[in-house]
Design a protein around this ligand. Structure first.
Ligand code: ADP
Ligand code: TRP
Length: 336
Protein backbone atom coordinates (compact mmCIF):
# COMPACT_ATOMS: atom_id res chain seq x y z
CA UNK A 1 0.00 0.00 0.00
CA UNK A 2 1.30 3.45 -0.87
CA UNK A 3 2.31 5.63 2.08
CA UNK A 4 0.02 8.57 2.85
CA UNK A 5 0.96 11.64 0.88
CA UNK A 6 1.73 14.88 2.63
CA UNK A 7 -0.11 17.96 1.39
CA UNK A 8 1.26 21.38 2.20
CA UNK A 9 0.28 24.89 1.34
CA UNK A 10 1.19 28.40 2.39
CA UNK A 11 -1.43 31.03 3.11
CA UNK A 12 -0.59 34.66 2.49
CA UNK A 13 -1.15 36.82 5.54
CA UNK A 14 -2.61 39.85 3.83
CA UNK A 15 -5.36 40.85 6.28
CA UNK A 16 -8.86 39.55 6.88
CA UNK A 17 -9.89 37.41 3.91
CA UNK A 18 -12.96 38.36 1.86
CA UNK A 19 -15.88 36.25 0.71
CA UNK A 20 -14.16 35.69 -2.68
CA UNK A 21 -11.16 34.19 -0.87
CA UNK A 22 -13.62 32.03 1.06
CA UNK A 23 -15.20 30.52 -2.07
CA UNK A 24 -11.99 30.41 -4.15
CA UNK A 25 -9.46 29.30 -1.54
CA UNK A 26 -10.60 28.61 2.02
CA UNK A 27 -13.62 26.38 1.38
CA UNK A 28 -11.87 24.08 -1.13
CA UNK A 29 -8.73 23.94 1.04
CA UNK A 30 -10.75 22.90 4.09
CA UNK A 31 -12.55 20.22 2.08
CA UNK A 32 -9.19 18.87 0.88
CA UNK A 33 -7.70 19.03 4.38
CA UNK A 34 -10.34 16.78 5.85
CA UNK A 35 -9.32 13.98 3.47
CA UNK A 36 -5.52 14.20 3.56
CA UNK A 37 -2.45 14.45 5.75
CA UNK A 38 -2.17 18.22 5.54
CA UNK A 39 0.03 21.05 6.72
CA UNK A 40 -1.15 24.66 6.32
CA UNK A 41 1.17 27.46 7.28
CA UNK A 42 0.91 31.23 7.50
CA UNK A 43 3.55 32.64 5.18
CA UNK A 44 4.42 35.58 7.43
CA UNK A 45 8.05 35.97 6.39
CA UNK A 46 6.91 36.31 2.79
CA UNK A 47 4.68 39.23 3.86
CA UNK A 48 7.66 41.05 5.31
CA UNK A 49 8.73 41.86 1.75
CA UNK A 50 5.78 44.17 1.30
CA UNK A 51 4.46 45.04 4.79
CA UNK A 52 6.72 47.35 6.79
CA UNK A 53 4.24 48.24 9.52
CA UNK A 54 4.78 45.88 12.50
CA UNK A 55 1.32 46.36 14.03
CA UNK A 56 -0.35 45.69 10.73
CA UNK A 57 1.75 42.57 10.13
CA UNK A 58 0.95 41.29 13.62
CA UNK A 59 -2.79 41.90 13.20
CA UNK A 60 -2.87 40.44 9.70
CA UNK A 61 -1.28 37.20 10.86
CA UNK A 62 -3.75 36.78 13.73
CA UNK A 63 -6.67 37.72 11.55
CA UNK A 64 -5.83 35.20 8.83
CA UNK A 65 -5.15 32.41 11.33
CA UNK A 66 -8.39 33.13 13.20
CA UNK A 67 -10.33 33.20 9.92
CA UNK A 68 -9.17 29.76 8.83
CA UNK A 69 -9.90 28.29 12.26
CA UNK A 70 -13.30 29.99 12.50
CA UNK A 71 -14.18 28.71 9.01
CA UNK A 72 -13.67 25.17 10.22
CA UNK A 73 -10.01 24.20 10.04
CA UNK A 74 -9.55 21.48 12.65
CA UNK A 75 -6.14 21.98 14.25
CA UNK A 76 -6.16 18.42 15.57
CA UNK A 77 -6.31 17.06 12.02
CA UNK A 78 -4.49 19.71 10.06
CA UNK A 79 -1.14 20.98 11.23
CA UNK A 80 -1.40 24.78 11.24
CA UNK A 81 1.64 26.90 12.04
CA UNK A 82 3.45 30.11 11.34
CA UNK A 83 6.34 29.95 8.90
CA UNK A 84 8.31 32.17 11.28
CA UNK A 85 8.09 29.50 14.01
CA UNK A 86 10.16 27.07 11.95
CA UNK A 87 13.84 28.13 12.07
CA UNK A 88 14.75 25.15 9.86
CA UNK A 89 12.97 26.87 6.94
CA UNK A 90 15.51 29.68 7.02
CA UNK A 91 18.47 27.40 7.49
CA UNK A 92 17.35 25.29 4.56
CA UNK A 93 16.76 28.41 2.50
CA UNK A 94 20.46 29.34 2.89
CA UNK A 95 21.58 25.86 1.97
CA UNK A 96 19.31 25.83 -1.08
CA UNK A 97 20.62 29.25 -2.16
CA UNK A 98 24.04 27.65 -2.52
CA UNK A 99 22.76 25.21 -5.15
CA UNK A 100 20.44 27.62 -6.97
CA UNK A 101 21.55 29.40 -10.15
CA UNK A 102 21.04 33.15 -10.01
CA UNK A 103 19.79 33.02 -13.61
CA UNK A 104 16.82 30.98 -12.45
CA UNK A 105 15.83 33.80 -10.07
CA UNK A 106 16.34 36.40 -12.82
CA UNK A 107 13.63 34.62 -14.80
CA UNK A 108 11.09 34.41 -11.95
CA UNK A 109 7.74 35.94 -12.93
CA UNK A 110 7.28 38.26 -9.95
CA UNK A 111 10.80 39.67 -10.29
CA UNK A 112 10.51 40.04 -14.07
CA UNK A 113 7.15 41.77 -13.68
CA UNK A 114 8.70 44.32 -11.31
CA UNK A 115 11.47 45.03 -13.84
CA UNK A 116 8.97 45.29 -16.68
CA UNK A 117 6.97 47.84 -14.67
CA UNK A 118 10.11 49.91 -14.12
CA UNK A 119 10.97 49.69 -17.79
CA UNK A 120 7.46 50.71 -18.86
CA UNK A 121 7.64 53.68 -16.48
CA UNK A 122 10.82 54.78 -18.29
CA UNK A 123 13.09 54.17 -15.29
CA UNK A 124 16.82 53.63 -15.76
CA UNK A 125 17.24 51.37 -12.71
CA UNK A 126 15.13 48.34 -13.57
CA UNK A 127 15.66 46.93 -10.07
CA UNK A 128 14.19 50.01 -8.38
CA UNK A 129 11.86 49.00 -5.55
CA UNK A 130 12.93 45.35 -5.68
CA UNK A 131 14.24 44.02 -2.38
CA UNK A 132 16.27 40.84 -1.98
CA UNK A 133 13.29 39.25 -0.23
CA UNK A 134 11.30 39.47 -3.45
CA UNK A 135 14.28 38.25 -5.48
CA UNK A 136 14.83 35.26 -3.17
CA UNK A 137 11.13 34.48 -2.75
CA UNK A 138 11.26 31.31 -4.89
CA UNK A 139 14.11 29.89 -2.76
CA UNK A 140 12.28 30.56 0.50
CA UNK A 141 9.14 29.00 -0.96
CA UNK A 142 11.15 25.93 -2.02
CA UNK A 143 12.46 25.70 1.56
CA UNK A 144 8.88 25.92 2.94
CA UNK A 145 7.92 22.92 0.84
CA UNK A 146 11.08 20.79 0.96
CA UNK A 147 11.67 21.15 4.70
CA UNK A 148 8.39 19.28 5.31
CA UNK A 149 9.12 16.74 2.54
CA UNK A 150 5.75 17.60 1.01
CA UNK A 151 4.50 15.44 -1.85
CA UNK A 152 1.60 17.57 -3.06
CA UNK A 153 1.24 21.35 -2.99
CA UNK A 154 -2.27 22.64 -3.72
CA UNK A 155 -1.97 26.18 -5.10
CA UNK A 156 -3.50 28.48 -7.69
CA UNK A 157 -2.27 28.43 -11.30
CA UNK A 158 -0.32 31.63 -10.69
CA UNK A 159 2.07 29.48 -8.60
CA UNK A 160 3.03 26.98 -11.34
CA UNK A 161 6.47 28.50 -11.85
CA UNK A 162 7.21 28.47 -8.11
CA UNK A 163 6.41 24.77 -7.94
CA UNK A 164 8.58 24.05 -10.99
CA UNK A 165 11.43 26.02 -9.42
CA UNK A 166 11.07 24.01 -6.22
CA UNK A 167 11.54 20.85 -8.30
CA UNK A 168 14.55 22.37 -10.10
CA UNK A 169 16.19 23.40 -6.84
CA UNK A 170 15.50 20.02 -5.23
CA UNK A 171 16.98 18.23 -8.24
CA UNK A 172 20.09 20.42 -8.11
CA UNK A 173 20.53 19.44 -4.47
CA UNK A 174 19.79 15.76 -5.12
CA UNK A 175 22.29 15.69 -7.99
CA UNK A 176 25.09 16.83 -5.67
CA UNK A 177 24.14 15.10 -2.43
CA UNK A 178 21.63 12.42 -3.44
CA UNK A 179 23.85 9.53 -2.31
CA UNK A 180 23.31 10.71 1.24
CA UNK A 181 19.90 12.40 1.10
CA UNK A 182 17.47 13.31 -1.67
CA UNK A 183 14.38 15.51 -1.38
CA UNK A 184 11.14 14.05 -2.69
CA UNK A 185 10.11 16.11 -5.74
CA UNK A 186 6.76 17.76 -4.92
CA UNK A 187 3.88 18.06 -7.34
CA UNK A 188 1.57 21.03 -7.68
CA UNK A 189 -2.17 20.37 -7.46
CA UNK A 190 -4.08 23.02 -9.39
CA UNK A 191 -7.80 23.71 -9.38
CA UNK A 192 -9.58 21.99 -12.26
CA UNK A 193 -11.89 23.77 -14.65
CA UNK A 194 -13.26 27.26 -14.32
CA UNK A 195 -13.15 28.30 -10.69
CA UNK A 196 -15.95 30.60 -9.58
CA UNK A 197 -14.66 34.13 -9.50
CA UNK A 198 -16.81 36.33 -7.31
CA UNK A 199 -17.49 39.89 -8.44
CA UNK A 200 -16.78 42.69 -6.02
CA UNK A 201 -19.23 45.40 -5.06
CA UNK A 202 -18.24 47.41 -8.17
CA UNK A 203 -18.70 44.47 -10.56
CA UNK A 204 -14.99 43.84 -11.20
CA UNK A 205 -13.33 40.70 -9.77
CA UNK A 206 -13.50 40.95 -6.00
CA UNK A 207 -10.00 41.79 -4.80
CA UNK A 208 -8.35 43.60 -1.92
CA UNK A 209 -6.32 45.51 -4.47
CA UNK A 210 -9.51 47.01 -5.98
CA UNK A 211 -10.95 47.74 -2.54
CA UNK A 212 -14.25 46.30 -3.72
CA UNK A 213 -14.30 43.34 -1.36
CA UNK A 214 -16.64 42.15 1.36
CA UNK A 215 -14.51 41.03 4.33
CA UNK A 216 -15.79 37.72 5.73
CA UNK A 217 -16.32 38.84 9.31
CA UNK A 218 -17.64 42.37 9.08
CA UNK A 219 -19.88 43.25 12.02
CA UNK A 220 -23.53 42.86 11.07
CA UNK A 221 -24.32 46.58 10.67
CA UNK A 222 -21.27 47.18 8.47
CA UNK A 223 -22.08 44.14 6.36
CA UNK A 224 -25.58 45.47 5.80
CA UNK A 225 -24.26 48.90 4.78
CA UNK A 226 -21.73 47.42 2.38
CA UNK A 227 -24.31 45.20 0.70
CA UNK A 228 -26.60 48.24 0.30
CA UNK A 229 -23.76 50.07 -1.46
CA UNK A 230 -23.58 47.58 -4.33
CA UNK A 231 -24.56 49.74 -7.32
CA UNK A 232 -27.67 48.70 -9.24
CA UNK A 233 -29.52 50.45 -12.04
CA UNK A 234 -32.84 52.24 -11.76
CA UNK A 235 -35.03 49.48 -13.22
CA UNK A 236 -38.34 49.77 -11.34
CA UNK A 237 -39.49 47.02 -9.00
CA UNK A 238 -42.14 45.62 -11.35
CA UNK A 239 -39.86 45.46 -14.46
CA UNK A 240 -38.16 42.16 -15.47
CA UNK A 241 -34.44 42.00 -14.66
CA UNK A 242 -31.51 39.86 -15.79
CA UNK A 243 -30.24 38.00 -12.69
CA UNK A 244 -27.03 36.85 -14.38
CA UNK A 245 -25.70 40.38 -14.87
CA UNK A 246 -26.60 41.42 -11.33
CA UNK A 247 -23.80 41.45 -8.75
CA UNK A 248 -26.06 40.86 -5.72
CA UNK A 249 -27.68 37.90 -7.48
CA UNK A 250 -24.33 36.36 -8.46
CA UNK A 251 -23.17 36.63 -4.86
CA UNK A 252 -26.44 35.22 -3.56
CA UNK A 253 -26.10 32.23 -5.90
CA UNK A 254 -22.70 31.36 -4.35
CA UNK A 255 -23.94 31.26 -0.78
CA UNK A 256 -27.63 30.31 -0.77
CA UNK A 257 -28.94 26.80 -1.46
CA UNK A 258 -30.64 26.29 -4.84
CA UNK A 259 -34.12 26.20 -3.27
CA UNK A 260 -33.56 29.71 -2.03
CA UNK A 261 -31.88 31.02 -5.21
CA UNK A 262 -34.36 29.74 -7.79
CA UNK A 263 -37.46 31.60 -6.53
CA UNK A 264 -35.40 34.80 -6.47
CA UNK A 265 -34.24 34.20 -10.05
CA UNK A 266 -37.84 33.66 -11.12
CA UNK A 267 -39.13 36.79 -9.43
CA UNK A 268 -36.35 38.92 -10.93
CA UNK A 269 -36.94 37.53 -14.42
CA UNK A 270 -40.68 37.96 -14.22
CA UNK A 271 -40.57 41.35 -12.55
CA UNK A 272 -41.86 42.11 -9.08
CA UNK A 273 -38.65 41.99 -7.11
CA UNK A 274 -36.68 45.19 -6.64
CA UNK A 275 -32.93 45.52 -6.11
CA UNK A 276 -33.49 46.62 -2.50
CA UNK A 277 -35.29 43.41 -1.64
CA UNK A 278 -32.60 41.37 -3.43
CA UNK A 279 -29.91 43.08 -1.38
CA UNK A 280 -31.80 42.38 1.84
CA UNK A 281 -31.95 38.73 0.86
CA UNK A 282 -28.20 38.73 0.13
CA UNK A 283 -27.46 40.34 3.48
CA UNK A 284 -29.59 37.72 5.27
CA UNK A 285 -27.82 34.87 3.52
CA UNK A 286 -24.32 36.22 4.19
CA UNK A 287 -25.21 36.94 7.78
CA UNK A 288 -26.60 33.44 8.29
CA UNK A 289 -23.56 31.87 6.60
CA UNK A 290 -20.90 33.81 8.45
CA UNK A 291 -22.68 34.85 11.66
CA UNK A 292 -21.82 31.75 13.71
CA UNK A 293 -18.26 31.72 12.35
CA UNK A 294 -17.94 35.42 13.20
CA UNK A 295 -18.56 34.68 16.87
CA UNK A 296 -15.78 32.13 16.84
CA UNK A 297 -13.55 34.54 14.92
CA UNK A 298 -14.11 37.29 17.48
CA UNK A 299 -13.16 34.92 20.30
CA UNK A 300 -10.00 33.82 18.52
CA UNK A 301 -8.69 37.26 17.52
CA UNK A 302 -9.37 38.75 20.96
CA UNK A 303 -6.13 39.12 22.91
CA UNK A 304 -5.66 35.87 24.77
CA UNK A 305 -3.72 32.71 24.64
CA UNK A 306 -6.04 30.45 22.66
CA UNK A 307 -4.90 31.36 19.16
CA UNK A 308 -1.25 31.46 20.18
CA UNK A 309 -1.58 28.07 21.86
CA UNK A 310 -3.07 26.52 18.72
CA UNK A 311 -0.30 27.92 16.53
CA UNK A 312 2.42 26.92 18.98
CA UNK A 313 1.10 23.37 19.15
CA UNK A 314 1.01 23.27 15.33
CA UNK A 315 4.57 24.55 15.12
CA UNK A 316 5.75 21.84 17.52
CA UNK A 317 4.25 19.14 15.32
CA UNK A 318 5.65 20.73 12.17
CA UNK A 319 9.10 21.02 13.71
CA UNK A 320 9.28 17.29 14.29
CA UNK A 321 9.35 17.03 10.52
CA UNK A 322 11.56 20.03 9.79
CA UNK A 323 14.18 19.03 12.38
CA UNK A 324 14.36 15.52 10.94
CA UNK A 325 14.81 16.88 7.41
CA UNK A 326 17.48 19.37 8.45
CA UNK A 327 19.47 16.67 10.27
CA UNK A 328 19.61 14.66 7.05
CA UNK A 329 20.41 17.71 4.92
CA UNK A 330 23.19 18.89 7.25
CA UNK A 331 24.82 15.47 7.16
CA UNK A 332 24.48 15.34 3.39
CA UNK A 333 26.23 18.70 2.87
CA UNK A 334 28.87 18.20 5.57
CA UNK A 335 27.73 20.75 8.14
CA UNK A 336 26.89 18.39 10.98
P1 ADP B 1 -6.85 39.47 -3.50
O1 ADP B 1 -7.06 39.63 -4.99
O2 ADP B 1 -8.01 39.97 -2.73
O3 ADP B 1 -5.53 40.06 -3.03
P2 ADP B 1 -5.47 36.99 -3.36
O4 ADP B 1 -4.84 37.23 -4.69
O5 ADP B 1 -4.65 37.13 -2.13
O6 ADP B 1 -6.77 37.93 -3.23
O7 ADP B 1 -6.13 35.55 -3.41
C1 ADP B 1 -6.06 34.58 -2.39
C2 ADP B 1 -6.87 33.37 -2.81
O8 ADP B 1 -8.26 33.70 -2.97
C3 ADP B 1 -6.44 32.80 -4.16
O9 ADP B 1 -6.51 31.38 -4.07
C4 ADP B 1 -7.48 33.30 -5.15
O10 ADP B 1 -7.68 32.41 -6.20
C5 ADP B 1 -8.73 33.41 -4.29
N1 ADP B 1 -9.54 34.54 -4.76
C6 ADP B 1 -9.20 35.84 -4.72
N2 ADP B 1 -10.16 36.64 -5.21
C7 ADP B 1 -11.19 35.82 -5.58
C8 ADP B 1 -12.48 36.02 -6.16
N3 ADP B 1 -12.91 37.24 -6.46
N4 ADP B 1 -13.25 34.94 -6.40
C9 ADP B 1 -12.80 33.69 -6.11
N5 ADP B 1 -11.60 33.43 -5.55
C10 ADP B 1 -10.79 34.46 -5.29
N1 TRP C 1 3.51 31.95 -2.92
C1 TRP C 1 2.24 31.50 -2.38
C2 TRP C 1 1.16 32.50 -2.83
O1 TRP C 1 1.48 33.62 -3.22
C3 TRP C 1 2.25 31.41 -0.88
C4 TRP C 1 3.28 30.42 -0.42
C5 TRP C 1 4.46 30.68 0.21
C6 TRP C 1 3.21 29.00 -0.60
N2 TRP C 1 5.13 29.52 0.44
C7 TRP C 1 4.40 28.49 -0.02
C8 TRP C 1 2.27 28.16 -1.17
C9 TRP C 1 4.65 27.12 -0.04
C10 TRP C 1 2.53 26.79 -1.18
C11 TRP C 1 3.71 26.28 -0.61
O2 TRP C 1 -0.01 32.19 -2.76
Amino acid sequence: MAATKTYLTGVQTSGMPHIGNYIGAIKPALAAASANDTLYFLADFHSLNSVKDPDRLRNDIRSVAATWLACGLDPQRTVIYRQSSIPEVFELSSILASVTAKGLMNRAHAYKAARDRNEAAGGTDLDAGVNMGLFNYPILMAADILVMEADVVPVGRDQVQHIEYTGDIARAFNHLYGDSYAFPIPQGAYPEGEASILPGIDGRKMSKSYDNHIPIFLPENKLKKLVRRIPTDSTPVEAPKDPDTSVPFQLLAQFAPAERVEPVRKRLEEGGMGWGELKNELFEVLNETFGPMRERYDELVAPGRELDAILTAGAERARERSRATLAKVRTAVGID
